[in-house]
Design a protein. Sequence first.
Length: 131
Amino acid sequence: MAVVPWTDAQKRAFLQMQFAAQKNSYAKEYPDAQHALICSDEQPVGRLYLARCQDCFHILDITVADQYRNKGIGSSVLKEILQEAIEAAKTTTIYVERVNPSVRLFERLGFCIASVRDFTVLLERRPLPLN
């Protein structure tokens, strides 16, 4: 947003519109998905959208604020999800842009590329024990 020549109010309105559109899209496609805040030391530092589907756990979105990244917060949340999926004997999936640096984190946690669609990849992790 730093590169667009908009006022702070215009940027805020745009982001609110994008957030509402994303939330509505997720709610339509995954009506039972969980939307949760990610907290560290009782402070909100990110968000999680997780759909516990009949055949898999699908992470719709996981985001940690820039200043809290690389502190193990995202890894911790993902490990909790993976442990729950292991106990439920379900695969865990997420779509990620190919150039997203988080792909390395998912690979370290055992995710593999299941398919490629345009500029995104579907990553999946079978319900195998965590290393």
